[in-house]
Design a protein around this ligand. Sequence first.
Ligand code: CTP
Ligand code: MG
Length: 241
Amino acid sequence: PHTAVIIPAAGRGVRLGPGIPKALRLLNGVPILVHAVRAMAAARSVATVIVVAPSDGAEGVRALLDEHPPPRPVHVQVVPGGETRQESVRLGLAALPADADVVLVHDAARPLVPVDTVEAVAAAVRAGSPAVVPALPVTDTIKQIAAPGPGGGAPEPVTGTPDRSLLRAVQTPQGFAPDALLDAHERFAGLGGAEGASDDAGMVERLGLPVVLVPGHEEAFKVTRPLDLVLAEAVLARRRI
Ligand code: CTP
Ligand code: MG
């Protein structure tokens, strides 16, 4: 079995605040991206990792990954990314090895995903699901609004409250049969904004293929806002004990 991983890492990390791109920020002295590559390389079926770097920073990312090689012999490739996450994944897919039988797409911004979660997603694809997504029940009640307001704290009218027991928050790595993800990206290339997909499985859903959820993990949370860095360092400190 050959699992190939695409790690989109080309975002700026606007919500984290000003500074270097999010994937290059340090967690306990090691770049977030290096943690993410190690987490994926820990899974035994993973033989290839394709890192999608900021388009003006691919050489620096290459040097960084040469400095911090993964603990297992894994082929690590670096390609330049695009303007949107979807475009970055598409550019990563162009480097997919032909013999991969599972492709995982994993946010660089989820550096602490446990290896068991990675293995469970890959195993479910290998068992025959074309698209597999790790997910957790949502803990906050979710309100629906008609459209985003003008911002600046202006009140937003509520239009509904979906039944929380039927909602799931999705994580990565999302796993796919390679043809399913390749077809989805070919079909929906170039769609942006509300038409674009904020996750890869959403595109495969639109092809009409079945998507299944498997249990996610709290430690697969996405580093998005400054408080998430505090949480990530606390998780790492706890792992060392
Ligand atoms: N990503 C990417 N290319 C983009 C945008 C995002 O590869 N053009 C990647 C990010 O690097 C990240 C993952 O997609 O690993 C999830 O995106 P997100 O958490 O939103 O990261 P950013 O887009 O960098 O953050 P923000 O939205 O706060 O700017
Ligand atoms: Mg983003």
